[in-house]
Design a protein around this ligand. Structure first.
Ligand code: HEC
Ligand code: HEC
Ligand code: HEC
Ligand code: HEC
Ligand code: HEC
Ligand code: HEC
Ligand code: HEC
Length: 425
């Protein structure tokens, strides 16, 4: 740690205290940014921590606002293999309709704070039911709503939306995959918003392809899953003329060909955690295009929590990765796409281990390898699963917005979780 960073940490220690209390006891409503007033690290951490020199960026012609979007169907005409591989990834299945998902009815209703919830199906209809109970448990009021859209691939869970004349409202009932049941939506415990939480463009900007919001709040959703052009940029130019020269095609962005910061920003447009981002006044993040500079649209605030447990609980994938020695010392070589190719989604667990090991070994080969002797390692992990020891998983039944897998890549797993009190609900 350099002295500048140390001074910064000491300087804001009071704020950390307040932040820590918020994180442990506070509600974690979506999109409530914690902003430290004019933080000295308003500079992206990638720059301030990592003194790497960014190479000259390649000029992609489809970052210009004048280039139009064409939609996934157009890309599929020429890129069937990439389309199919991407549809396997959770991002390629990020939203759907209840007709397609066919969610089940509740076996047993659940009751929270005087309200009883159940899900009923009637032909193609899926109806969420909220009953208000009096102290004796008698139903005093009933509300029924048809849900139509489903947010989330179901890897962790589903949120459900009710359509009222094109405006979308979240249902208080969500599905939690890890426990296989319905329960109150995340953040609703103690702060039940019933069917009144309106969903704005900002929410679906991360979960759908492109979403326009009309002045009356109605949403026009173009593409129910995160589309090709959200990572590759608009395709109008490229669909007309493909012009690969010297190994790169300036008509379409390939994230791996961007400079390290811009490459990571493609993912950060959605994976920069909600509490650490704030839209810059007069700018709309929907105008960001892959290859451009995300920080022209979004200001990020650092949440340098000194407590490793709080770091794990509160920091999203982006901040955690940037804390890792691998990131800090690899001179821009490491980014999200080093380990995650959205076109590669092995479903079998063994294949996932093998894939991740391959990525670790791409940097940690002979001379740079694990210092725990191989026999000791194999005794503990017969598949020599690097991730199981160096990226341990935090157990949770929530479907919230923080990392589950430790992206700080600690040397020893215990370092990360030792300080951990029992998980708070
Ligand atoms: C008419 C056929 C066609 C359509 C439509 C098309 N592509 Fe391509 N694409 C190609 C060809 C051919 C190449 C390889 C040669 C080249 O890039 O010049 C390519 C290359 C690419 C590359 C690799 C570029 C690189 O530098 O590594 C990406 C990424 C890509 N396309 C994405 C897309 C996306 C996203 C869409 C939809 C918006 C799309 N393509 C639509 C034909 C097409
Ligand atoms: C448009 C927003 C958006 C962009 C851009 C985006 N992501 Fe995602 N990502 C999501 C959402 C939303 C999910 C959750 C999908 C689900 O399960 O419903 C997700 C899930 C993931 C997962 C978790 C898969 C799992 O369930 O284990 C990985 C890994 C991932 N993204 C990596 C990336 C990488 C790498 C990039 C950049 C190349 C990227 N994402 C760009 C929104 C985005
Ligand atoms: C800044 C981008 C962003 C916003 C805004 C956002 N999400 Fe997410 N959401 C994600 C990402 C990324 C994931 C993947 C898991 C992770 O990173 O923890 C995710 C995961 C989820 C999941 C779990 C999906 C699964 O099965 O794995 C649900 C459900 C969900 N979000 C609902 C919502 C709802 C509802 C809203 C709006 C009220 C919302 N999100 C706003 C980025 C966002
Ligand atoms: C979440 C971000 C993301 C989305 C969404 C996405 N891609 Fe990609 N795509 C990538 C990344 C990252 C690479 C580079 C992978 C690598 O080489 O490691 C890539 C590579 C490609 C390539 C070049 C393949 C090659 O052989 O070099 C094509 C073509 C492509 N994508 C097409 C598509 C199409 C078509 C879709 C939509 C169906 C799509 N992508 C959706 C991130 C994305
Ligand atoms: C892009 C290259 C790259 C990748 C990929 C990579 N690392 Fe690293 N890693 C590094 C560098 C560079 C260092 C720092 C080495 C040093 O300082 O001597 C490092 C350090 C480490 C350390 C030591 C951390 C400490 O606190 O001392 C561990 C453990 C580690 N990596 C594990 C992994 C694992 C496990 C994976 C795969 C999940 C991985 N790395 C992927 C480049 C990488
Ligand atoms: C060194 C490798 C590595 C890097 C770099 C990396 N991840 Fe991961 N990530 C993993 C592993 C391993 C898992 C858990 C196993 C799996 O899902 O296959 C994971 C899981 C995830 C998940 C699923 C939720 C969770 O926490 O388990 C998301 C979302 C995700 N990563 C996003 C990102 C984003 C965004 C970046 C860049 C900021 C990133 N990752 C960088 C290795 C990496
Ligand atoms: C059984 C658990 C376990 C497995 C599996 C494991 N490691 Fe380690 N690794 C450790 C421990 C413990 C240390 C710390 C040793 C020490 O401090 O003496 C370590 C240290 C390291 C270091 C730091 C090396 C140094 O010289 O500072 C790197 C890099 C690393 N491991 C990478 C990997 C990679 C890559 C894999 C997968 C091929 C892997 N590890 C598999 C437990 C494991």
């Amino acid at each position: 740690m350099n002295s500048k960073r140390l001074a910064f940490l000491v300087g804001i220690s009071t704020l950390i205290g307040i932040g820590a209390i918020f994180y442990i006891f506070g509600e974690r409503p979506i999109a409530k940014p914690i902003v430290l007033a004019d933080p000295p690290t308003a500079e992206p951490a990638a720059k301030s921590k990592n003194k790497r020199v960014e190479p000259e960026p390649l000029e992609f012609r489809n970052t210009a606002l004048s280039v139009g979007y064409v939609g996934d169907a157009k890309c599929a005409e020429c890129h069937l293999a990439e389309t199919e591989s991407y549809r396997k990834h959770p991002m390629g299945r990020s939203m759907t309709t209840v007709e397609k998902l066919k969610p089940a009815a509740t076996k047993e209703p659940f009751t929270v704070d005087g309200y009883r919830y159940s899900v009923r199906t009637e032909g193609p209809r899926v109806i969420h039911v909220e009953e208000k109970l009096d102290v004796t448990g008698k139903v005093v009021a009933t509300k029924e709503e048809d849900v139509s859209l489903v947010v989330g691939s179901g890897t962790r869970g589903h949120a459900f939306l009710v359509d009222r004349k094109g405006s979308q409202f979240q249902s208080p009932v969500s599905w939690y995959s890890s426990v296989g049941k319905y329960d109150l939506a995340p953040g609703y415990a103690g702060k039940n918003l019933h069917f009144n939480r309106q969903i704005h463009q900002g929410c679906l900007h991360c979960h759908a392809d492109r979403v326009d919001e009309k002045p009356d709040g109605a949403l026009a959703i173009n593409g129910l899953t995160i589309g090709c052009e959200r990572c590759h940029g608009p395709g109008e130019l490229h669909a007309k003329e493909q012009k690969a020269v010297g190994g790169f095609d300036p008509t379409i962005v390939n994230p791996v060909k961007l400079t390290p910061t811009r490459r990571d920003q493609v993912c950060y447009q959605c994976h920069l955690q909600l509490d650490a981002r704030e839209e810059i006044e007069g700018k709309k993040v929907v105008d960001y295009r892959p290859g451009g500079d995300l920080y022209e649209f979004v200001r990020r605030s650092e949440i340098p929590l000194s407590d490793p447990y709080l770091q794990m609980k509160s920091l999203g994938h982006s901040h955690q990765m940037e804390e890792s020695k691998c990131f800090v010392n690899s001179d821009g070589k490491m980014g999200c796409v080093t380990c995650h190719n959205p076109h590669e989604w092995p479903t079998k667990f063994e294949d996932r281990i093998a894939l991740h090991n391959k990525k670790c070994i791409s940097c940690h080969d002979a001379g740079n390898e694990c210092s725990l002797p191989t026999p000791t390692r194999l005794l503990k992990s017969p598949t020599d699963n690097c991730v199981s020891c160096h990226m341990p998983t935090r157990q949770t039944t929530d479907i919230g917005h923080t990392a589950l897998t430790d992206h700080r890549i600690p040397r020893k797993a215990e370092q990360a979780v030792k300080a951990a009190p029992k998980a708070t609900p």
